[in-house]
Write a protein that binds this ligand. Sequence first.
Ligand SMILES: [Zn+2]
Length: 116
Amino acid sequence: MSYVLTCPNCGVREVTDFGYGGEVSARPASRPTRRELNTYNYFRRNVAGVQREWWFHRSGCRVWFVAERDTTTNEVDWTALPAEAPGTNDPQTPEAAKAGGEGLRGKAGGERSETG
Ligand SMILES: [Zn+2]
């Protein structure tokens, strides 16, 4: 299904210009439990309705931004740069989350001795 998204920098573009980054999810505390980390990494609400998502302007300014989209109609309520998105505290782009995840795994490395 084709629809349009508004890049906060470039304006209205076809959705094919963008890459989908998944739901915006709350970042766990600085020292999350294993359960919190697993929830953050693997569980998605996948709602039928309005959901906050990451999008990447792949064919344009190559910036990550946040959009609220109704997943049933593909109507986009608004888009904003992460710093300007309402009600989002310190949102982490999917790329930054990936890097952070590796860091957390590294810190938990000591626990690996139980298997080896
Ligand atoms: Zn753009």
